[in-house]
Design a protein around this ligand. Structure first.
Ligand code: SF4
Ligand code: SF4
Ligand code: SF4
Ligand code: FES
Length: 333
């Protein structure tokens, strides 16, 4: 085992360090950023995403490390015993502010180079290169989490830019339209094209498209969904979604969506009715079939959009009320 940290700071036996003059214990493997967050200290980040390998590209999370020749990125530097860190001094805050100014300057060069607009025929992901700060989160997410190669960082330094691979449409790359690049983008350069208003409310719920049970946030404006997001560190999905959970929400407010029960009349057409009438009609129809042909002449299929509780109630209806085991949910496959 090495007797010094990556920054040359001697590692003592006691696993503690000094953060803004206070001695704090270190947890194995944590970075300075992890430690600061655990201690309730806010350190700004731009290129960091907890789901990705530490990158250390933007330098907005710099902290002062005694003995190091220059400030170190908190997101990429492991906490080591004996370190003396300054994470909220006036000096370090001034450096972080300068880094933010430099991003603004970078953008001007990007605009001058003409990489300010990207038109794509895909319906879901929009890209506004003039808002891009080249943090590479989108490219790294696509590579590390999705194992896709749909985005690339072309060129270097101030003249570099992001684009779908080979400058094609997202639809002509191996993009799976998971929207993870949109979610991880810290500036909104990558955005959901379906959004028409800035959301004014967020409601946490569970995606009902399949049995994985991803935790999602419905971002709404005046009661209408504008986009779907997912929080990193929450639920089985840890901020990740598939294309259905992320983008397939248009049906919620679709004009042709059924909003009340319909009963087919003598004329062969469907007519709106109330729930009481509709449920009585269904009960009468099921009873009639059961009486004439027996319970196994009936089968029950639950939609994968149903909750577990709904599906439980449906199998109760099938087994206990009708008396058949012909029951299934497409979420089971
Ligand atoms: S939507 Fe997903 S697969 Fe497509 S470019 Fe973005 S991260 Fe990659
Ligand atoms: S598009 Fe967003 S995530 Fe990608 S490099 Fe630009 S700012 Fe970063
Ligand atoms: S987001 Fe995709 S994987 Fe997650 S629950 Fe919905 S359909 Fe399943
Ligand atoms: S967030 Fe640490 S270098 Fe970018």
């Amino acid at each position: 085992m090495s007797d010094s940290s990556p920054n040359g700071v001697p590692v003592s036996e006691a696993a503690t360090l000094h953060l803004d003059g206070v001695e704090v214990a270190i947890e194995p493997g944590e970075t300075i950023l992890d430690l600061c967050r655990r201690e309730g200290l806010e350190v700004p980040t731009l290129c960091h995403d907890d789901r990705l390998e530490p990158y250390g590209g933007c330098r907005t999370c710099l902290v002062d490390l005694e003995g190091a020749p220059r400030p170190v990125p908190a997101c990429k530097t492991k906490a080591a015993a004996g370190m003396k860190l300054e994470a909220s001094s006036k000096g370090i805050e001034a450096i972080r502010a300068t880094m933010m100014d430099m991003f603004a300057a970078d953008k001007k060069k990007l605009i001058a180079a003409g990489h300010t607009h990207f038109e794509d025929r895909n319906r879901f992901i929009g890209f506004n290169p003039s808002d891009c700060i080249l943090c590479d989160r989108c490219v790294r997410y696509c590579d590390e989490v999705m194992q896709c190669n749909a985005l690339e960082h072309v060129g270097q330094g101030d003249w570099g830019f992001i684009q779908p691979t080979d400058g094609k449409s997202f639809l002509d790359t191996d993009c799976e339209l998971c929207g993870g690049c949109v979610s991880t983008c810290p500036t909104g350069a990558l955005y959901d094209k379906q959004t028409t208003h800035e959301p004014d409310k967020s409601t946490r719920t569970v995606c009902t498209y399949c049995g994985v049970g991803c935790v999602i946030d419905l971002e709404t404006f005046e009661g209408k969904v504008q986009k779907i997001t997912a929080e990193v560190g929450v639920g089985p999905n840890n901020g990740d979604l598939c294309n259905k959970g992320k983008f397939a929400w248009e049906f919620i407010h679709h004009d042709e969506r059924l909003t009340q029960p319909l009963i087919r009349g003598e004329d062969g057409k469907l007519h709106p009715t109330d729930w009481d009438t509709a449920l009585k009609k269904v009960a009468a129809g099921l009873s009639e079939v059961k009486e004439k042909y027996g319970p196994d002449a009936l089968g029950f299929l639950a939609s994968s959009r149903c909750t577990n509780e709904d599906v439980y109630a449906i199998q109760k209806l099938a087994r206990a009320v009708i008396g058949t085991n012909n029951v299934h949910s497409c979420a089971a496959t």
